[in-house]
Design a binder for this molecule. Structure first.
Ligand SMILES: [Zn+2]
Length: 313
């Protein structure tokens, strides 16, 4: 079965350090969402703020309250002071305390931001779940209107906070209907699952063709873990070979996955095999299974190929 693939344009994905940085909160109705910039999907008001900003504003408000309190206390003291030395002393103490307070506040701000966010998420657990559920519903509606690229973009945003296989499968199914290109902002690791999934394997095969750099440890592990299932697919062996070809990209992968290379070295295209050959010659102990296999393939297929001649020095 071949799926008809359509050319699409995908907006780039904004990467963040922490997933919650994607989350926005409505200042009016307290709805959470990962979709939309300003307009709240729940009440329609232009009142969305990133939760991080919201938490920071709360912390900064409480900081200002403490500073104000200190100023008031010092000010009160100054009014009551009767002698000049009392005035100077109070002023000095007030300035010293303010300096201390500012330093302490500055130092504790990141921790307070985190605590404030934790409090927010804990207090609004249900609201958060409801918000993400509503986001998913909106994505389904967009899908029903026929806008697949936009649906994918929405699911991708939701996927930055919600990690479940259903959401991953939905994204992979959509991606499989797109004609994927090198210049697209694609992702792979986030879509990996525990269990074997033929669509995911097919997607990995495509990524191995156009974006080898996205194939990293977790993908190699996934492919090796489900190898027996994958080999039952009609193009399973070819996909395994493509992934082995991606492993040749880095010396680190070549030393981590010798078994993968050993099994599929024979199916590698020449330019991939050449990389493997050079690596094995200079970094792999002779008479290990991988070494022997690579030398055997070289002997059979590339013995007279000038590209494989060892360069002096
Ligand atoms: Zn709202």
């Amino acid at each position: 079965m071949t799926i008809k693939k359509t050319p699409v344009t995908l907006r780039p994905y904004q990467r963040v350090q922490h997933p919650y940085q994607k989350l926005k909160l409505c200042r009016k109705c307290r709805a959470f969402t990962v979709l939309g910039e300003k307009q709240c999907p729940s009440c329609g008001k232009h009142a969305l703020v990133p939760v991080e900003k919201y938490a920071a504003a709360r912390v900064s408000w409480s900081h200002w309250r403490s500073r104000l309190l200190l100023l008031l206390l010092t000010g009160g003291g100054l009014v009551l002071a009767e002698r000049l030395w009392e005035l100077i002393l109070l002023l000095a103490v007030g300035i010293a305390l303010l300096y201390l307070l500012l330093t302490m506040q500055k130092r504790s701000t990141p921790a307070l931001h985190r605590a404030q966010l934790e409090k927010l998420f804990l207090r609004h657990q249900n609201g958060l779940a409801a918000g993400l559920h509503r986001d998913h519903q909106s994505a389904v509606e967009v899908f029903q209107q026929g806008d697949k690229p936009r649906t994918y973009e929405m699911l991708r945003e939701i996927g930055s906070l919600v990690q479940n296989d259903r959401l991953r499968i939905e994204q992979i199914m959509l991606l499989q209907t797109f004609r994927l290109r090198k210049d697209m902002d694609l992702m792979l690791e986030q879509l990996l699952m525990e269990s074997f999934n033929a669509e995911l394997v097919a997607y990995i095969g495509e990524i191995a063709k156009i974006r080898r750099d996205l194939i990293r440890e977790n993908t190699f592990r996934y492919m090796l873990q489900h190898e027996s299932h994958i080999l039952k697919l009609s193009d399973g062996e070819a996909i395994m070979a493509l992934v082995a070809g991606a492993a040749v990209r880095k010396r680190r992968y070549m030393s981590l996955y010798p078994y993968l290379l050993l099994r599929y070295a024979r199916l590698l295209p020449k330019e991939r095999f050449l990389r493997l050959y050079r690596h094995v010659r200079s970094h792999v102990t002779s008479s290990t299974p991988l070494y022997n296999e690579v030398m055997r393939i070289h002997e059979e297929k590339y013995k007279w190929d000038p590209d494989f001649e060892v360069q002096p020095g």
